[in-house]
Design a protein around this ligand. Structure first.
Ligand SMILES: [Zn+2]
Length: 209
């Protein structure tokens, strides 16, 4: 998911619209990142829509891959990244709500499952590393309880609230081939459609790195 924009109250949001605060630091596609050959796939790459397999081996290659995912996520100024965004169609995601190495906590989730989620929804702005330079308001559950396997294959149950719950839901969608632009209301979708058309034009319907 894109760069952390601290969740805003309605009032703060309205205020930023009428003042000249500097824009939030936006996510970027860093291209080549040292220590890995993997790149972030941009919309409309077909692997973003492909089915994703369960993680079966909790071995050194998983540790290497997750370290590369964190490197790419930080280089992209992101707060979350799902394996299919790198063309690896596995049910694996990483996130760090602080978006900075050594700040906050790094989370690696394999084969996550939703146990329960709040009926109450919140609308906040999201970006996505596969859609550079754009963001849109998305409705998500305010909290979510999940079960997943950690990097050693141990099953963990955890409840995420607010910003972390939002990041989880965004990345979880990637594991089902769902992208955040699929979840926009009609007005938001219409607003970002020119950006989507531009990405399709830049990469072709088959997508690109
Ligand atoms: Zn995303």
């Amino acid at each position: 998911m894109g760069r952390s924009r601290a969740p805003k109250t309605f009032t703060e949001k309205a205020a930023t619209a009428v003042t000249s605060l500097p824009p939030a630091e936006e996510e970027i596609n860093p291209g080549a990142v040292e220590g890995t050959d993997l790149r972030v796939l941009e919309y409309p790459h077909p692997l973003l829509r492909a089915p994703n397999e369960e993680v079966a081996a909790f071995d050194d290659s998983l540790r290497t891959l997750s370290a590369e995912m964190f490197s790419i996520m930080y280089a992209s100024r992101g707060v979350g990244l799902a394996a299919p965004q790198l063309g690896i169609n596995k049910r694996l995601m990483v996130f760090n709500p602080e978006g900075k190495k050594k700040a906050g906590s790094e989370v690696l989730l394999c084969n996550p499952q939703i146990v329960e989620m709040s009926g109450a929804k919140e609308v906040e702005e999201e970006g996505c590393l596969s859609f550079p330079g754009m963001s849109a308001d998305v409705e998500r559950s305010g909290w979510i309880e999940v079960e997943f396997q950690n990097g050693r294959g141990k099953t963990v149950r955890k409840k995420y609230v607010g910003w972390e719950a939002r990041i989880f839901q965004h990345e979880y969608d990637h594991l089902d081939g769902v992208l955040y632009v699929d979840r926009l209301d009609e007005a938001e979708r219409a607003r970002v459609q020119p950006d989507l058309d531009q990405l399709v034009e830049a990469h072709g319907p088959g997508g690109a790195l």
